[in-house]
Structure formats: structure tokens, C-alpha cells
Design a protein around this ligand. Structure first.
Ligand code: XMP
Length: 332
């Protein structure tokens, strides 16, 4: 399969078309890898999850999935990956809790690009350590999709990227794998249709985008464990409330950001210094520009009440009303 989507390739919009694609890929994957092992970094995002499910269907336990928990995942995220893939699909899954490795390296680092670089590089180190423990793995599967290929072409033409994005490319020299990229000609909407046809849960296949560096780009400035824990809890409350009132289906991306500042508040009749939790809820078609979704005040009051009572260390809740441009979607 080369890197150009043929004009004749029909858009995968129905379960029947997805099934035909899956059958064709299962055959191609089996032909490509034979009886060899394939390694996959399984983040739990849509793309890597669909590739995992596709490869499990094609080659079962010849696929070794490595899930690296960098300590910057959302609440229950790693647990869900284990539940769906280990328990549900009987995957050959290696779970690595690398929280301490990442958080120790990030301690005291406040520059956003430095944080991204540390997270990206350490991700590769952890993944490479796991890869070296395995014998006779010849292939590396990746959840590359067509927009990633189009973006690389743009960058090769000299157009500058705004942020250094996180991926598993750039493994060390001693780890030379041939790539397996079964969804590289698909657009995101097609990946979701294929994912559902493979039996992945709707919530996983239609989940909102989540950046590779995870909560690291939302815990602004130098990450501390207490502020990260507050962010994880506040974010879980926001997602829970959006689920309950149907906004989760209407808003493209919604999350909490916690900056590295404190203000004075009052709790139990005493001075209470805490961080503000900032809510960001945007709609977009392609993430290049974004508009602000109107959230009913009743929902905002409920979220504010829950975050300020249930989460240690937060004493205010704010709403970001800035479209992109001029703000980016993430704060960093
Ligand atoms: P910005 O903040 O640039 O974000 O407006 C645009 C979209 O990209 C997501 N994002 C990332 N996705 N790896 C990803 O896979 C990353 O490193 C990354 N950084 C930002 C962001 O969440 C938004 O949806």
C-alpha cells in the first residue's frame, strides 16, 4: 500500500463498507507479517485502538500491545484500556506504569515546548525498553491516518508546525522495524466506522481528541503531583456532567486547564488559597480554527459546585471564551 489515497477509493461510511475494508486488511496483514510478532504502542486513542483491534483480528497474540501510562492520562483511562483489550479482546498487552519516570523528569520544567520534548523523548525510551525485552519482533504497527500523511507532506514542503506533536516515530537505531500501517489511507470518520465494525465500544471510538502529552499540556507551568491530581479530578467531573446533560455528543472537545497560580478564597470560614480550574469547550471541523460552544449556566453552576467542593485545592472555576484563532485549543 503506498501513501496516496486512490481517487477510486470509496469513502467508508457504512458497516458493510467497513467490513469489506476489514476483510481486505486482515488478508493483507497476514500476508505481510506471516508468523512474526508485531509491536504496537497502544495509547487508548481512537487510531491506535482501531489498529490494535484490526491486528488482533488478523494475527491474535502475535500482536504485542504496549500501553505506557505516563502519569498524564485522564481518570480511569489506563484501566479502561486494560479492561477493553486485555479482558475484552484477550490481547497480548504489556502495561507499563511509568508515572514516576515522567513526573520526576518533568519536575521544575515550566517551558511548554521543553515539557513536550521531555514527554515525547521519555515515551520513546520507555517504549524502546519494552521492545528490547521482547524477542523476534520484526514489525511495528502504527495508527497513522491519512491526515497525518498529508501533514508530513506539508512539513516536507517547508511549512512550519505550530507545536511539536507527539508520536512514536524516531525509535533508536538498534530497533529497526518494518511498519504496519493498516489505516494510513483513512480519514478519521472512516476510522471510527471501522472501529465500531470491529466491535470497539462507541465511547472509545467516538471519544474526544486527547493530545499525546496528555494532561501535561493542561497542567500549566511546572507540573506538580498535587495540581495534576486536582486537574484529573476536575476534568473527570466536567466529562461526567457533559455526559449527563448530552453536551458530550454536541461539543467536539472539552476539558479543564489548571494554571500555576493561586488566589485567595474562603472555605469553612477560613482563608483558602487555591488554583482556578478553567473550562474549555470548543467546536471545530479540522482543529485549525474553533468556536466556543454555549454552555447553559445551569450546567456551569453544577460543574462549579462539584469541582469546588469535590476537588482539593481548587477554589474558583472560570470559562475560556476565546475562539481559535487567537487562542489555540490547548493552553500548553
Ligand atoms: P491546538 O492547541 O494546536 O490543538 O489548537 C489542535 C488539536 O490538536 C490536539 N493536540 C494534539 N494531538 N498530539 C495529538 O495527537 C499532540 O501532541 C497534540 N497537541 C495538541 C489538541 O487537543 C486539539 O484537538
Amino acid at each position: 500500500m503506498n501513501n496516496v489515497r486512490p481517487e477510486s477509493m470509496a469513502r467508508i461510511t457504512t458497516p458493510e463498507l467497513a467490513k469489506a475494508f476489514i476483510d481486505e486488511q486482515v488478508k493483507e496483514i497476514r500476508e505481510q507479517v506471516g508468523s512474526d510478532k508485531v509491536l504496537l504502542a497502544l495509547s487508548g486513542g481512537v487510531d491506535s485502538s482501531v489498529v490494535a483491534a484490526l491486528l488482533i483480528k488478523a494475527i491474535g497474540k502475535q500482536l504485542v500491545c504496549v500501553h505506557v501510562n505516563h502519569g498524564l492520562m485522564r481518570k480511569d483511562e489506563s484501566e479502561n484500556v486494560i479492561k477493553i483489550f486485555s479482558e475484552g479482546l484477550d490481547a497480548n498487552l504489556v502495561y507499563v506504569d511509568a508515572t514516576d519516570r515522567f513526573l520526576d523528569l518533568l519536575a521544575g520544567v515550566s517551558d511548554p515546548e521543553k515539557k513536550r520534548k521531555i514527554i515525547g523523548a521519555e515515551f520513546i525510551n520507555v517504549f524502546a525498553d519494552e521492545a528490547r525485552k521482547l524477542d523476534d519482533v520484526k514489525y511495528l504497527a502504527q495508527g497513522t491516518i491519512y491526515p497525518d500523511i498529508l501533514e508530513s507532506i506539508k512539513q516536507a514542503e517547508g511549512k512550519k508546525a505550530v507545536k511539536s506533536h507527539h508520536n512514536v516515530g524516531g525509535l533508536p537505531e538498534d530497533l529497526k522495524f518494518s511498519l504496519v500501517e493498516p489505516i494510513k489511507l483513512l480519514y478519521k470518520d472512516e476510522v471510527r466506522v471501522v472501529g465500531e465494525a470491529l466491535g470497539l465500544p462507541h465511547a472509545m471510538v467516538y471519544r474526544q481528541p486527547f493530545p499525546g502529552p496528555g494532561l501535561g499540556v493542561r497542567c500549566l507551568g511546572a507540573i506538580t503531583r498535587d495540581r495534576l491530581a486536582a486537574l484529573r479530578e476536575a476534568d473527570a467531573i466536567l466529562r461526567d456532567e457533559f455526559d449527563k446533560c448530552g453536551l458530550a455528543e454536541k461539543v467536539w472537545q472539552y476539558f479543564v486547564v489548571i494554571p500555576d497560580i493561586k488566589s485567595v478564597g474562603v472555605k469553612d470560614e477560613s482563608r483558602y488559597e487555591g488554583w482556578p480550574a478553567i473550562i474549555r469547550a470548543v467546536n471545530t471541523k479540522d482543529a485549525m480554527s474553533a468556536t466556543i460552544e454555549e454552555i447553559p449556566y445551569s450546567v456551569l453552576h453544577k460543574i462549579t459546585a462539584r469541582i469546588t467542593t469535590e476537588v482539593d485545592g481548587i477554589n474558583r472555576v472560570l470559562m475560556d471564551l476565546t475562539p481559535k484563532p487567537v487562542g489555540t485549543i490547548e493552553w500548553e
